[in-house]
Design a protein. Sequence first.
Length: 54
Amino acid sequence: MAELKVSLYIIKNGETVPIETVPEEDCKKMSERLGRVMSDYYTQHPDEFVKIMD
């Protein structure tokens, strides 16, 4: 079976950079923001939350 390699990049200050080069403080901010956004979304769309729990 072939190996699958995945690379993650973000756009920071208009520049595309590999996620592993992002400082830990920035990763923490992104994680907190993502958590808030996902919480807001699933609060407004409980049917979607049920779908991912199945």
